[in-house]
Design a protein around this ligand. Structure first.
Ligand code: AP5
Ligand code: MG
Length: 214
């Protein structure tokens, strides 16, 4: 099963992708998490990505596309995967479609987690992220057992550098300009499904499971 998560920054793509990955036993691949792991590790890729991410801009397609195509060609992706944060531009979507086509494959589902901008801005300030395993929490809506510590891996949680209100605004503008057109792209491919992302996160997940089947 090959799934793409679409949605604005903070819509809950990461939260839902993690639950999908656990339920269906497929890898959760987040380009944002890959970049953040590289920044933490001080790699060249991380240094390149950081300057864009801190400004709420997209990392250039030349860097991102190769990295993602490489990741999905690894052995653990044989039975599918859930993509979170990729594709984010029409050229990224076209590269993905072309690369899969070469192997006689295609994406099965594109799930748009729909949340209006006003709700996003209030959510982001309360988000806490684990740089160790990529888990995402919220101080009110999805809290950890021990404050500030990841339930899954025990690392300390952080407020992401790009979650400052002015950077969130910039990311929303970039989303509307460059990423929202993908909704029509996947509608035309006949695989688009929309879920109401303003519901409680377990209700959102129920709607997704209804789409994917048990
Ligand atoms: P990325 O890490 O992908 O960030 P993003 O798309 O901005 O999305 P977020 O991770 O902010 O939000 P999310 O939808 O995953 O929400 P979450 O589940 O955490 O990318 C970061 C940057 O990397 C980009 O800006 C760009 O620079 C670069 N990048 C990455 N991919 C790229 C690409 N393909 N091309 C170019 N550049 C790329 O939820 C948000 C919060 O809300 C959490 O606190 C959560 O607990 C809470 N929450 C979730 N669901 C609910 C709910 N239903 N009700 C209440 N609260 C909820
Ligand atoms: Mg995320």
């Amino acid at each position: 099963m090959k799934i793409i998560m679409l949605g604005a920054p903070g819509a809950g793509k990461g939260t839902q992708a993690k639950k999908i990955a656990e339920k269906y036993g497929i890898p959760h691949i987040s380009t944002g998490d890959i970049f953040r792991a590289n920044i933490k590790g001080g790699t060249e890729l991380g240094m390149k990505a950081k300057s864009y991410m801190d400004q709420g801009q997209l990392v250039p397609d030349e860097v991102t596309i190769g990295m993602l195509l490489d990741r999905i060609s690894q052995a653990d992706c044989e039975n599918g995967y859930v993509l979170d944060g990729f594709p984010r531009t029409i050229p990224q979507a076209e590269s993905l479609t072309a690369s899969l086509k070469e192997r006689g494959e295609k994406m099965d589902y594109a799930i748009d987690v729909d949340v209006p901008d006003e709700a996003i801005v209030t959510r982001m300030g309360g988000r806490r992220a684990c740089l160790g395993c990529g888990a995402t929490y919220h101080i009110v809506f999805n809290s950890t057992k021990v404050e500030g510590i990841c339930d899954a891996c025990g690392q300390e949680l952080v407020l992401r550098d790009d979650d400052k209100p002015e950077t969130v605004q910039k990311r929303l503008t970039v989303y509307h300009d460059q990423t929202q057109p993908l909704i029509d792209y996947y509608k035309n491919e006949g695989i688009l499904h929309t879920v109401d992302g303003t519901q409680d996160l377990n209700e959102v997940f129920k709607d997704i499971v209804n789409i994917l089947g048990v």
